[in-house]
Design a protein around this ligand. Structure first.
Ligand SMILES: *Cc1c(COP(=O)(O)O)cnc(C)c1O
Length: 222
């Protein structure tokens, strides 16, 4: 439990940053959800954040995520998958997560829908868009998003929520955030998963509704 005070304090500081950025942008702080990105952080750190009121947790690496879920059988929050997803690894994601932020092709969407157990609520989906055409990054091209929206809407076990992006690290993220927000308006989608520890203010200014924050909550990763 060594992590408890540190995580709770950092979480509070992140909430203050979000509230300030929201007010500066004329937005309601309550309209912006916070996803705690717990990749390469301990189970104890997740428990500390949960105890401090954090509900939604994001994981990138499937096996690591499944091990943490197994170590937290009474966990009553939400699990979001935010990593690269191979199409032969969709089943455990469909069975154990509440959200997937990184759907960028129809094949992934079809498999997730087929594999989502009937007893669970539909799986919440964000389409990852390679908004700044970064060759190193996953995501569909902006021009492909409309077709993927239509495909996902036809799948019975998925619930399309919105768009997600990861801007290139070495430049001002504001244009990428603005472009994703514009695409979201064109497609009439109201969830925008964008903004991390270093750029959450810029993301809130551009209209983010779901921030994915890791190190600012948990400290450096292992
Ligand atoms: C790791 C990660 C984050 C969190 O990054 P921080 O800089 O630690 O806040 C957010 N989104 C994705 C997709 C990530 O992989």
């Amino acid at each position: 439990m060594r992590n408890t005070p540190a995580v709770a304090e950092r979480l509070q500081a992140v909430r203050v940053r979000i509230a300030r950025a929201a007010r500066a942008a004329g937005r309601e702080p309550g309209s912006i959800a916070l996803l705690a990105v717990s990749k390469r952080q301990s189970v104890a750190a997740i428990e500390a954040a949960r105890a401090a009121g954090q509900r939604a947790f994001g994981e990138n690496y499937l096996q690591e995520a499944l091990d943490k879920m197994d170590a937290l059988p009474d966990f009553d929050g939400e699990w979001h998958f935010i990593g690269r997803l191979q199409s032969n690894k969709t089943r455990p994601v469909a069975e154990r997560f509440d959200w997937v932020h990184t759907v960028d092709r129809g094949k992934l969407a079809r498999r997730l829908s087929e594999q989502r157990p009937a007893g669970l609520a539909p799986l919440n989906i964000c389409i990852q868009v390679n908004i700044d055409d970064d060759p190193a990054k996953a995501g569909c091209a902006p021009g492909e998003a409309a077709a993927l929206v239509a495909q996902i809407r036809d799948l019975p076990r998925l619930r399309l929520r919105g768009l997600m992006c990861i801007p290139q690290a070495d430049r001002d993220p504001a244009p990428a955030f603005a472009a994703l927000a514009e695409l979201g308006r064109e497609l009439a989608l109201d969830t925008l998963s964008m903004g991390m520890s270093g750029d959450l203010e810029a993301a809130v200014t551009a209209g983010s509704t779901l921030l994915r924050v890791g190190t600012a909550i948990f400290g450096p990763r292992d």
